[in-house]
Design a protein around this ligand. Sequence first.
Ligand code: NAD
Length: 259
Amino acid sequence: MLKGKVAIVTGSTSGIGLGIARALADDGADIMLNGFGDAAQIEAARTDIARRGVRVDYHGADMTKPAEIADLIGQTATRLGTPAILVNNAGIQHVAPIEDFPTERWDAIIAINLSSAFHTMHHALPHMKKAGWGRVINIASAHGLVASAQKSAYVAAKHGIVGLTKAAALETAQTGITVNAICPGWVLTALVQKQIDARAAAAGIPEAQAKRELLAEKQPSIEFVTPEQLGALAVFLCSDAASQIRGVAYAVDGGWTAQ
Ligand code: NAD
């Protein structure tokens, strides 16, 4: 279905972004990977995806740097062709009460989890408009719909990206470009493993118990969402069947936000 389409997935060197990149490649899309990590790990991800018979490239743009983001979009167009699918996925977390929250962490979370999606769209939408087709998928979070204590920057950024998704969907409503958000609940990635480790250390409990408690607190299914499930939804949002789904924030959260 996506053969000949070029997809940029920010933060795709691990976790959800890598899962989405694999799913888009399984469907035939050429992929521009992005994110941090050591060179060998990134090359392993690149060759693994390339084995699916698609073209795969990597650009190391730092999502806090608008000029590097502009270069990511420009280089994708030059090296792979018109960017048709944009998945804004790069993200970080920091957990602390507002009065202890380091200003530098606040700024980094807003830059990476929210502003980067403005910058990527700013540069990618003209390519999509010219081609008459595009798909933007913003990876928000259950925290784009509801809040948790001690995650002020993350909650603000994720609510912000849900709003940005709606505004961009309205601006593109009469084009072949759709803009939507996916709001995952807990997914077992590096970002969440850090929170599990912190919980286990603080309570002096085994990791398995910390995992169970983390899920039980928010996610009624008591099961993690998987990157593969999110990848399958991203592929669906790229389909013709999804062409009138615009400005939606899809919860994939084991019931978290139904409560
Ligand atoms: P992860 O830590 O496995 O992946 C984050 C990715 O972002 C990595 O590739 C990393 O290198 C990249 N990244 C970080 N800072 C960057 C920067 N400055 N420039 C470029 N790339 C950068 O985490 P994940 O859980 O896969 O998170 C991916 C997205 O999903 C994030 O936006 C996160 O908020 C969101 N999310 C995660 C969960 C979860 O439970 N894991 C739930 C909801 C939403």
